[in-house]
Design a protein around this ligand. Structure first.
Ligand code: AMP
Ligand code: MG
Length: 330
């Protein structure tokens, strides 16, 4: 398939109106989208990603008004949208227009991306854009244009060239279709920010206390965010001691805050390849770099990626969730 790679939003909107599938960057990660009113095009996304058919797609909008045309927007939903949108938050709301994909579901995840160019493109498309993250199902999302091109050139109808994702992890997802509201996926907008508006917000863990675990969001039951390499999530002290022990093993890679590269005398002959170590100085920088680093490690055949635990405080919640998911079963 010939893929149109362009920054021209009108050309890329044309593709969507003709039933095409387009990969595009947002402030969180890359998305792979089609018109929410075109069921066939949306179903192609599942095929391309290998996504389980019961995992619904988020719809992307250019404005709060356009969300109101397809969903019931309660007073509290509107306050959340006015406070956090455009931005990295998805609200799952009761749906009022049954033709929006997926037709059979009574709810819809809605989000307004931050980049005005992406909103202009959605506006130009004349419909909401249903889009999951642009990655193979289960694998880390993509955050670099070079990775998006490697995976999707020749596979989708178009790739919209615009600013690369800065946040690096997927949006916070909040379910507002029942009481109490539920945090379906942690992200850069954290539960403390949300609790100012939703004091009775429940976390996924407390949902499991109902006895039998019924995942409140289909996405919660699937493996996520995992590179091919094993991921080991370690507290700082253990991270450092493992680093000293294994750093010269060329199949290991390291991402974290602590970086002590002082080979003892006599060790100078051992070469440490600095590209196998990603040094970060905040949780935000860690999130921003994480998936691109995972992708890089898979490209160069790393077998174990050691990840230092996030620091207490801002930016920890979403990052820790992704690191825990990526390290499950390792
Ligand atoms: P992604 O696949 O990266 O776009 O992630 C979207 C997440 O939101 C997945 O975990 C989905 O299961 C969840 N989600 C999307 N739509 C709904 C919905 N209507 N109800 C509950 N969860 C949803
Ligand atoms: Mg995803």
């Amino acid at each position: 398939m010939k893929t149109l790679i362009s920054s021209d939003v009108r050309l890329l909107a044309d593709l969507i109106r003709k039933g095409g599938v387009v990969v595009f960057p947002t402030e969180t990660v890359f998305g792979i989208g089609a018109s929410s009113f075109n069921e066939e095009a949306c179903k192609r996304i599942y095929k391309i990603k290998g996504r389980p058919s019961d995992n619904p797609l988020i719809a992307h909008f250019s404005s709060i008004e356009s969300i109101k045309s397809v969903c019931e927007v309660s007073e509290i939903a509107e306050r959340l949208l006015l406070t956090f949108s455009p931005g990295p938050i998805t609200l799952v709301l009761p749906k009022k227009n049954p033709i929006v994909f997926p037709k059979e579901l009574p709810t819809l995840g809605v989000r307004i991306p931050k980049n005005p160019i992406i909103r202009e493109w959605i506006e130009e498309c004349g419909s909401p854009i249903s889009a999951p993250s642009a990655n193979l199902s289960g694998r880390p999302s993509l955050t670099r244009m070079s990775d998006a091109l490697r995976y999707f050139d020749g596979v989708v109808d178009g790739i919209l060239v615009a600013e690369e994702p800065k946040l690096g992890i997927e949006s916070t997802v909040v379910g507002l279709y029942e009481d109490p509201p539920v945090l379906l996926r942690p992200g850069s907008i954290e539960s403390n920010d949300l609790k100012r508006f939703l004091p009775n917000l429940v976390m996924p863990n407390s949902v499991t206390e109902r006895g039998e675990f019924v995942p409140p969001s289909p996405g919660m039951k699937y493996k996520h965010y995992s590179p091919k390499a094993n991921v080991k999530l370690l507290p700082s002290e253990k991270f450092l001691s493992e680093f000293r022990k294994c750093m010269y093993d060329s199949k290991t890679a390291w991402i974290g805050f602590s970086y002590v590269l002082n080979p003892s005398p006599g060790d100078e002959s051992l070469e440490f390849d600095p590209t196998r170590m990603k040094f970060v100085s905040s949780n935000w920088e860690y999130s921003s770099a994480l998936y691109a680093f995972f992708e890089f490690c898979d490209q160069i055949g790393i077998h174990t990626i050691y990840c230092e635990e996030p620091k207490e405080g801002e930016g920890k919640e979403g990052l820790l969730n992704r690191l825990q998911k990526a390290s499950e079963d390792n």
